[in-house]
Design a protein around this ligand. Structure first.
Ligand SMILES: Cc1ncc(C[n+]2csc(CCOP(=O)(O)OP(=O)(O)O)c2C)c(N)n1
Length: 319
């Protein structure tokens, strides 16, 4: 597939934005400025960006507890994201959600959903709505590998397949559900073959390779949009950090982490862009420094923003 230069550079920009955002969020967490946990997406940037770059603005995504990256990949504003993480009034959810529950409706993010597998029925419901209303929009639930054994996952894939709903189920296999390696919980190595049970295509891609993810996602999105039904897209990746920032990681060997870090999707894509003469080092360094400034501005904005007024604590609650 011939991917336009602008698209490739935007992919790079979004991947670096996610990386810098996560590094800043971890830093704030370590300084005790974040209430609650932070689950970094570092190492998995190519997965979220490859998928979201294949979507339109009005397509919807549903995330997980690890969704800072999904939201930024879909175009969310880092200022409103960071403010939400610090529980500020200017955040996406006016400080009520925090890191694990950021919904960025302005960019089509239905929310980071902390209950494993819970994005599946929400996205399938959205897709059913699109179909009933004759809209050509697509819904994409992101799920970690641990989500594959939830009832939501099986019921959602089944319903979407029998009704040919416009969904792309993205399963991000980073190999661990907290401390449980996927090999302990699933007997098959290639998770995409589970698609066979639902009579839909199952595609497995290198989740460190943003162009491979993008190409697979474009095909799956096109299939969904044209009424042919859902696809299961498995992106094989790894989380470089612990399950949450500051987690001791006693369940995995440091050597394993070092090996996977060699596959870092960002330097790999940098090399690709330079070798293909899409951009030279100067252009890429310019992007890097712009993004660093953007994230520094987001942190400052979040710090300077007010806390929600306690008198509004009961606002936005539905009874
Ligand atoms: C239904 C449910 N069971 C258990 C948990 C506790 N829990 C939080 S994150 C997590 C593991 C998630 O692993 P995975 O879905 O693979 O995503 P990853 O953290 O690897 O991105 C678990 C079990 C939960 N949030 N929801």
């Amino acid at each position: 597939m011939d991917i336009p230069r602008d698209t490739l550079l935007e992919m790079y920009r979004r991947m670096v934005r996610i990386r810098e955002f996560e590094l800043a969020a971890i830093d704030l967490f370590k300084r005790g400025q974040v209430k609650g946990a932070v689950h970094p997406y570092i190492g998995q940037e190519a997965s979220g960006v490859g998928v979201c770059m294949a979507l339109r603005g009005d397509d919807l995504i549903a995330g997980t507890h690890r969704s800072h990256g999904h939201n930024i990949a879909k175009g969310a504003d880092p200022k409103k994201m960071m403010a939400e993480i610090l529980g500020k009034e200017t955040g996406y959810c006016k400080g009520r959600g925090g890191s694990m529950h950021i919904a960025a409706f302005d960019t089509g993010s239905l929310g980071a959903l902390a209950v494993v597998g819970s994005g599946i029925p929400i996205a399938v419901g959205a897709a059913l709505g699109f179909k009933m209303q004759g809209q050509d929009r697509v819904a994409v639930p992101f799920t970690g590998d641990a989500g594959i054994n939830t009832g939501n996952w099986h019921e959602g894939l089944n319903m979407a397949s029998v009704w040919d709903l416009p969904v792309v189920f993205v399963l991000e296999n980073n190999h661990y559900g907290v401390s449980t390696n996927i090999e302990y919980s699933v007997k098959i190595k290639d998770l995409s073959i589970r698609a066979n049970s639902y009579g839909i295509p199952g595609v497995r891609v290198d989740g460190f390779d943003v162009t491979a993810v993008y190409e697979a996602a474009v095909e799956a999105v096109e299939r969904a949009r044209s009424g042919k039904g859902p696809t299961l897209l498995v992106t094989e990746s790894y989380r470089f950090e612990g399950h949450y920032a500051g987690e001791p990681e006693v369940y995995r060997d440091k050597k394993e982490v070092m090996e996977y870090r060699k596959k870092d999707p960002i330097p790999r894509f940098r090399t690709y862009l330079i070798e293909k003469k899409i951009a030279d080092t100067g252009v890429l360094e310019g992007i890097d420094s712009d993004i660093k400034q953007q994230i520094a501005d987001a942190v400052q904005f979040a710090k300077d923003s007010p806390q929600p007024d306690p008198s509004t604590a009961m606002d936005y609650i539905y009874v």
